[in-house]
Design a protein around this ligand. Structure first.
Ligand code: LLP
Length: 419
């Protein structure tokens, strides 16, 4: 459920009519609903009610906007971060250092040191040399890092290949068979408290089966590690729960996910950690755009909108589907391809899709754009960096400014030795 609804024939974000935002801020612009964000955060937390010890770290890569993070911090969420930049953002948004988990396959020594300096709660180590480096840096700082070992359970998540992370051929984690020996060696190092294991098998999962298979493998690993004398107090189950992008999509609900987790992990006696991203933020945002032109095409017309692949990259990158609806729908439909102004055929949001009938000057939105939307935007084609707005009931504020092409250009220089 979200708070983007038609009222008197006009699409609103909570109590704000979207044409008002288009008028005052311009398009394209991302619009987030605070009530939707809070509801999703609450629904996910409620789904874990049967799990006695838990910690939820929002995967901030999917929406690192400070305003969004502040809302989640107030809901008691911590952060899963994958860079020094994300780490600083989580802290700036008011998340407590001990509630921050540092994931990522290519952390630099400087980033590991930053995590120690800031006193974060947990490092998710992706391979043995990273653990050795963390130990050395921690000893140098006379401190101790709390860490878990990320394992690769070798299961097929059944999602798009570019966002699958838990197959043996993927770059993430250590092979689950190699994990016990690596865990033994890392546990013996100074400056490191190895307290458990982590996994994350992929994103936009539409079945619980691969997750359950992976969790069962990790459960056996936990038993093996304990049998070898290790104290295992934490298991990080990652994120990955999918959201409905198409009107008839039916991914597992957070409640179904929570029930499966509670069943599979009931004897583990650990603090379970979760890193949800998309399921929290996906349906809390839309990308508001204006139709520039409707141009005849060979079969169907092209609806050319002022948003492009630089603003919402998912369709171009993963052939992702984002629902497209008119802000003032007439009830009439048309079959069209929806494209942006960028000079690539890949700048296509939909091919030959039945959509609300629109004309030049009309407003429309791409739905389910709150996760992996603005955060993946670029300025390709010297376009502006897309702004973001947060709505709260009858008020809204720009939580990220549009960064004009001229501002980007001002950070460049022409060497005088070219002359
Ligand atoms: N934890 C780790 C270690 C991750 O790598 C990810 C996502 C998450 C948690 C959160 O996963 P979620 O709950 O959002 O599925 N740009 C792609 C998605 C990339 C996901 C990367 N990792 C997209 O637009 O579909």
């Amino acid at each position: 459920m979200d708070h983007f609804e038609l009222r008197n024939g006009v699409l609103h974000a909570e109590d704000i009519p979207l044409p008002q935002i288009a008028e005052e801020i311009g398009t394209p612009v991302y619009v987030y609903s605070r009530a939707t964000l809070e509801r999703h955060a609450q629904v996910f937390a409620d789904a874990l009610k049967d799990i006695p010890k838990k910690h939820i770290a929002f995967a901030i890569k999917c929406n690192p906007n400070l305003g969004v993070l502040r809302v989640l911090a107030r809901q008691g969420y911590g952060a899963d971060v994958v860079s020094g930049g994300e780490l600083e953002r989580a802290l700036a948004a008011g998340m407590a250092a001990e509630d921050i988990v540092f994931s990522g396959v290519g952390k630099t020594r400087a980033e590991l040191a930053l995590g120690l300096d800031r006193g974060i709660g947990q490092f998710n180590i992706e391979h043995e040399p990273e653990g050795v480096a963390l130990s050395e840096i921690a000893v140098g700082k006379e401190t101790t890092a709390r860490a878990v070992l990320r394992v690769n359970p070798d299961v097929d998540a059944g999602t798009h290949a570019k966002i699958s992370t838990g197959k043996a051929e993927n770059k993430f984690g250590v092979g689950i068979d190699a994990a016990p020996a690596i865990f033994d060696r890392l546990s013996a190092l100074p400056g490191l408290t190895m307290r458990g294991v982590a996994l994350h098998i992929g994103s936009q999962l539409t079945s619980l089966d691969p997750l359950e298979a992976a969790f069962e493998r990790v459960g056996r690993l936990v038993a093996d590690l304990r049998a070898a004398g290790h104290s295992i107090t934490h298991v990080d189950l990652g994120g990955g729960l999918g959201v409905p992008y198409r009107p008839d999509d039916n991914p597992p609900t957070p409640a179904e996910y929570g029930a499966m987790v509670a069943r599979v992990t009931k004897d583990w006696d650990v603090t379970l950690m979760f890193e949800p991203g998309r399921v929290i933020a996906g349906n809390t945002g839309v990308l508001l755009t204006e139709v520039l032109w409707v141009k005849p095409g060979a079969a169907n017309p092209f609806v050319i909108v002022d948003a492009a692949m630089n603003d919402l990259a998912r369709p171009a990158l993963y052939d992702a589907y984002h629902d497209f609806v008119a802000v003032r729908p007439t009830g009439e439909k048309m079959t069209a391809s929806i494209v942006g102004p960028v000079c690539e055929t890949g700048d296509t949001f939909a091919r030959d899709r039945v959509i609300d009938k629109v004309e030049a000057g009309d407003l429309a939105v791409f739905r389910t754009a709150g996760a992996y939307g603005a955060t993946m935007a670029s300025t390709y084609n010297s376009r502006s960096l897309v702004p973001e707005v947060l709505v709260d009931g009858g008020r809204y504020i720009t939580v990220a400014d549009r960064i004009a092409a001229g501002t980007i250009m001002a950070a460049e220089r022409v060497p005088d030795w070219i002359e």
